[in-house]
Write a protein that binds this ligand. Sequence first.
Ligand SMILES: O=C(O)CCC(=O)C(=O)O
Ligand SMILES: [Fe+2]
Length: 346
Amino acid sequence: MARSDHPDREENGSGSSAAYSVDGIPVVDLNILANGDADQRKEAIQHLGRACADWGFFMVINHGVPESLQGATMDACKELFSLPTEEKAGYMEAGPMDPIRVGTGFNSAVDGVRYWRNYLKMFAHPELHCPAKPTYLREIAAEYAARTRGLTLELTTAVSESLGLDGSRIAEALNLDKCLQILIGNHYPPAGPDIGAIGLPAHSDHGLFTLLFQNGVNGLQVKHGGEWLLAKPIPGSFFVIAGDQLEIVSNGRYRAVLHRALVNGEQARMSFLSLIGPCLETVVEPIPELAQEASRGAEFGGIKYREYMEHQQSNKLRENAALDIVRVQRGILARQVSMNNSPINV
Ligand SMILES: O=C(O)CCC(=O)C(=O)O
Ligand SMILES: [Fe+2]
């Protein structure tokens, strides 16, 4: 959606910089963050801060990533899923830290639960890794990765300011110039009468922020106020999901949101995500200024992002349990890593 368009004002019921969707999900207008006057910007940054503190989830509109690019990315991903298995076989044995992975959640028994999902994951930054086919995927993915990375970095600057920090503070602490970016395509086939099937169980994302858009079929649910809420997007917007690294770096002032994906009985659902995390070699810990001003001091110990991600991706999916390995409890760092669980595919 071009930044000059404001088609969503009516839908979110407000022209102000503190808007909500009809379901109460915060809506952040990037045009105001980028081009608003000082007062509008200040209000928008406070709204963003509240969205991160109260929800860990919001929508972003007027973000400047063309809808045609969102569509082309989704189409290329769909084509990849429809290729014969032998074209994808090379990526199907990959582990969590391999840069390209294609997998299926079909009928996989994990805790007796079925994950009804196919996925593609490709590392897009610091270096772009892309399956060989379809051949046009690389160019689209490169463009899409650059645009969504820029958007996430803009949001991160505003989020840093919302915490009373310099705009560049979080980006510097996490070495986001060398950030890990993963593009993820999810395809959830129609479940038919198999009403027991779920797409993805409740989890938080391991990175800093994830941007998500979908193919017009709803299914993403977020936990807010102890209840699951079906997230219905404003057309052309991105959902923004706060991840575990935001919770750590903000010393728990902002929360990683629990979310899950439902499957539709009749229609195939697709979602496409851009996940940004710190540089893999960076030790992530609460920003010292935030830990100092907190009554309980630092809520988390430091951990190298590579180590955190490997742990989160190699263990059974239990909501946001991965955060427990760095959570400080009564002055003790609770880092007991239990490695006897089955792999998950988030
Ligand atoms: O497909 C969705 O809506 C959610 C996907 C998701 O949460 C993930 O891939 O981490
Ligand atoms: Fe997720």
